[in-house]
Design a protein around this ligand. Structure first.
Ligand code: SF4
Length: 210
């Protein structure tokens, strides 16, 4: 079976389990989505949600958030890893959104990646979720699942992303990121993957070797 057929079968099965996989981040606007994704680097969605629940209740837009001093922002997000750097980047990003992008989260990859603290992965999530583009952000879960199963083996996230885009059927591209994230978070976990319960085990390279 070639890799495209394997991918089709895998995504058919993942779609059967969850036809509409969604992010577990909680947000009310494209701006809040962007900030949540920026905060989520090296942090869990659960800890991001606990911080943004308070942050967004008082500072839910770029314009309002821009009133925060750096120290105030740091105090609001200090439960999150790398909070010094994230606080600085978020305030600079708010400034650009308000003063350069007309108070809107920009829609192009180039503009998104021009925001401080926004790299390819964050841009891919925002393009996918906010602007409906078939991008695939390769986070730690996607990277692990892609390499373990063999659907996109690569040494770095960009390599894996390119192979996923090539191998996954078009109709599944839009949901691919969230499908793989949730699958990696709950089934194909970093330690002790739940292979016995896994619906794609007969298609998985790792499983064939254990
Ligand atoms: S069989 Fe195991 S390693 Fe392979 S995808 Fe399933 S959970 Fe992951």
């Amino acid at each position: 079976m070639n890799i495209n057929n394997i991918c089709k079968k895998i995504f058919d099965r993942l779609a059967n389990i969850n036809p509409t996989p969604k992010t577990e981040l909680i947000y009310d606007s494209n701006f809040q989505l962007l900030i949540s994704v920026m905060l989520s680097a090296q942090s869990t969605d659960k800890s991001v949600n606990s911080v943004t629940k308070i942050l967004f209740s008082s500072y839910g837009t770029a314009e309002i958030m821009l009133n925060l001093k750096l120290l105030e922002m740091e105090n609001l997000i200090r439960k999150i890893g790398l909070y010094h750097m994230k606080a600085r980047n978020i305030l600079k990003t708010c400034d650009l959104i308000v003063n350069k992008f007309g108070n809107k989260v920009p829609e192009s990859r180039e503009e998104l990646e021009s925001l401080p603290g926004v790299g390819r992965k964050t841009a891919n999530v925002v393009l996918n979720v906010a602007f409906n583009q078939p991008t695939i952000a390769v986070d730690t879960h996607v990277f692990r699942v892609a390499n373990r199963t063999g659907i996109a083996k690569g040494k770095n996230p960009l390599d894996v992303e390119k192979k996923l885009i090539k191998n996954i059927p078009k109709k599944y591209l839009h949901n691919a990121h969230h499908s793989l994230v949730l699958f990696g978070r709950y089934i194909c976990t970093k330690r002790n993957p739940k292979c016995d319960q896994c619906t794609i085990k007969n298609l998985c390279e790792y499983y064939k070797k254990i």
